[in-house]
Design a protein around this ligand. Structure first.
Ligand code: F6R
Length: 610
């Protein structure tokens, strides 16, 4: 995913920009670049394919020095990773911009600008924006007015930072669908796509809101909203220390990671969705061509990532109408396959280094699949390097062995992928908008579930001295039940089994007695009445029920039935929200039992051996 850094200062900004880019490396990128305005008021630029270290070397040989500059790490969407496609992009030799996001109407604008005499040197959507701003600059002779006029013509998602050598004292930045933060210094100011990039220079930040345009000077920041009204954005102090691999105020990494979910789900959707649509190009340069050919999806993963794949199967078949198979990698790799024509091979992995998943990918590449898509959390991992197309989750480092935020961000990425695929398979614009809206509501809904933490901790006491437990779900909540059971067994060592609730009477009901807690997830969907009959079956055998339910599902608390009400959520996004109380339940049971929550016995974070 692309990263942006910028600075206006009395000191030379080159070092600040380079350090900022280094701090954004964890997001994954394929090229890096920088532009500064020097004392002679000329815009100078350096761009390199590969690592920030290559850019640093290039700059050491040919220094760029100046007091105002912008820099970027690029993750290719329009046009291959190459020096000419790397940012900053320039129009003429005075205006330079960096951009995160996707401009959907870039082709029309490109044709128009070409007809007006602008020459293009790259295949990117970003260069179109550079020329468009320059065109308006010629008319308005004012960078703020030029940027405002240009962005009014853009469709899609963007965070932009713009400089012009004719106005060497300030930067213009704006956002729509991609994050951008202003770092407030003393006698100097900064901008970035992620506050982590700026922690060496400031701990005070202003977060731009959608539609904002900000003018950044050495000693002043002024912001206008979408309507052009001057606005103030609160300065927020960064409190958590600069290292995301620290526990901070949390007792365990697992708890910290559960609590990070609203933010990382948001980060995973950002730049990939507008208010109403998924931005297909954000899935990769070739995504549109590929997705229109896909007739079947084969998902491969292990453990928690496999459960994410199981949820995705429900989505892919329901929304895209494309057949989907899901299999654990350790089974897939050791059997013969019949590969249907135009099957997309989709691997899901937090680490990108899981031995079975990698082996399955390597086999698949020989076996005649249409292409390999990876959903992964670690940039530069083997899975990322070896796949044709990659969707990075933005969970940040996951330290707790039991996967939590990786799972919910995998689901977010998988749902975005599903919508892009579904668009080629008859999904209406209205339905897409409805689901994208539901995706945008996720961070708030997960926050509401986190607010139930104390109640869930109370509930967990009922599990402390139990040896067995059963998890039930139906439809896309069945994999959620599987994930809940996996979390409980991993960290509390209580035996937990998950079943589709309809299977109860085909066997597991024999296990149910007063010693068997039964956990159930019950969003309000078409299957809820059937689920309630299954709960009756449990209750009739003396089983104690712990139900996480939508209030509209009307599950009544009574003797032996504990009900915790969750927010009303869209049926499609419900698996993401309903996972969270199960994570908290397992966490609190493990804490009560005094196990090693972050490093449970016998388990490793990254399973790089078979
Ligand atoms: C469970 C867990 C494991 C991993 C599995 C796959 O909490 O963490 O089941 O999900 O080992 O790992 P990745 O996703 O790194 O391929």
């Amino acid at each position: 995913m692309c990263g942006i850094v910028g600075a206006v200062s009395e000191r030379d900004v080159q070092g600040i920009l380079l350090e900022g880019l280094r701090r954004l490396e964890y997001r994954g990128y394929d090229s890096a670049g920088m532009a500064v305005i020097d004392g002679g008021r000329v815009t100078q630029r350096a761009r390199e394919v590969g690592k920030v270290a290559s850019l640093a070397e290039a700059i050491e040989t040919n220094p760029l020095s100046g007091h105002l500059g912008i820099a970027h790490t690029r993750w290719a969407t329009h046009g291959e990773p190459s020096q000419v496609n790397a940012h900053p992009h320039m129009s003429g030799d005075r205006l330079a911009i960096v951009h995160n996001g996707i401009i959907e109407n870039y082709q029309d604008l490109r044709d128009e600008l070409k007809a007006d005499g602008f020459e293009f040197t790259s295949q990117t959507d970003t260069e179109v924006v550079a020329h468009l701003i320059e065109q308006y600059y010629r008319k308005h002779s004012n960078l703020y007015d030029a940027v405002k006029a240009a962005i009014a013509r853009l469709r899609g998602a963007y965070a932009l930072a713009v400089l012009h050598a004719d106005e060497p004292d300030h930067l213009l930045v704006c956002r729509e669908g991609s994050p951008l933060v202003i770092g407030v210094g003393i006698g100097e100011n900064f901008i970035a796509s992620d506050q982590l990039a700026l922690l060496p220079v400031t701990d005070r930040f202003m977060f731009l809101e959608e539609g904002d345009i900000a003018d950044i000077r050495r000693d002043a920041v002024s912001i206008h909203d979408r309507e052009g009204t001057p606005v103030e954005r609160k300065i927020i102090r960064f409190e958590h220390g600069s290292d995301s691999a620290e526990k901070g105020e949390y007792r365990h990494f697992m708890l910290k990671e559960i609590y990070e979910q609203p933010a990382v789900i948001k980060a995973t959707m950002e730049g990939r969705t507008t208010d109403t649509r998924v931005l297909e190009q954000a899935l990769g340069t070739d995504a549109a061509n590929l997705l229109q050919d896909v007739n079947h999806v084969q998902i491969i993963a292990c453990g928690t990532s496999y459960h994410a794949g199981m949820v995705a199967r429900y989505w892919i078949e329901e929304l895209a109408g494309v057949p989907c198979s899901v299999e654990v990698a350790s089974e897939f790799r050791y059997r013969k396959h019949v590969i249907q024509r135009d099957t997309l091979f989709l691997c899901i992995s937090q680490s990108g280094e899981t031995a079975d998943t990698l082996a399955a990918l390597r086999q698949a590449k020989q076996a005649g699949f249409r292409a390999a898509l990876a959903i992964c959390n670690v940039p530069g991992s083997s899975l990322v390097r070896e796949s044709d197309l990659v969707i990075m989750t933005q969970a940040g480092p996951e330290i707790g062995v039991a996967s939590t935020k990786a799972f919910t961000t995998q689901l977010t990425a998988l749902l975005i992928f599903t919508l892009a695929l579904a668009r080629h398979n008859g999904l209406t614009e209205e339905r897409e908008a409805e689901i994208v809206k539901a995706i945008h509501q996720l961070p708030g809904q997960v926050d509401q579930v986190l607010a139930l933490d104390a109640e869930i901790a109370e509930m967990s006491k009922a599990f402390m001295d139990k040896n067995h437990s059963l998890f039930l779900g139906r439809g896309s909540q069945f994999p959620v039940a599987l994930e809940g059971a996996l979390k409980l067994k991993e960290i509390s060592y209580i035996h937990a089994e998950a079943y589709p609730a309809g299977e109860l009477k085909h066997g597991p009901l024999a296990l149910v007695d007063s010693e068997m807690p039964v956990v159930t997830v019950a969003p309000n969907n078409a299957l809820v009445e059937k689920l309630k009959s299954n709960l009756e079956e449990v209750r009739a055998r003396g089983g104690e029920l712990f139900v996480f339910a939508d209030s509209a599902a009307d599950v009544k608390a009574e003797e032996g039935i504990h009900v915790m009400q969750l927010p009303s959520v869209h049926e499609i996004t419900a698996p993401i929200v309903y996972t969270v109380p199960l994570q908290l339940l397992s966490y609190h049971v493990a804490v009560l039992k005094g196990t090693d929550v972050d490093q449970p016995r016998n388990l490793a974070k990254s399973v790089t051996v078979e």
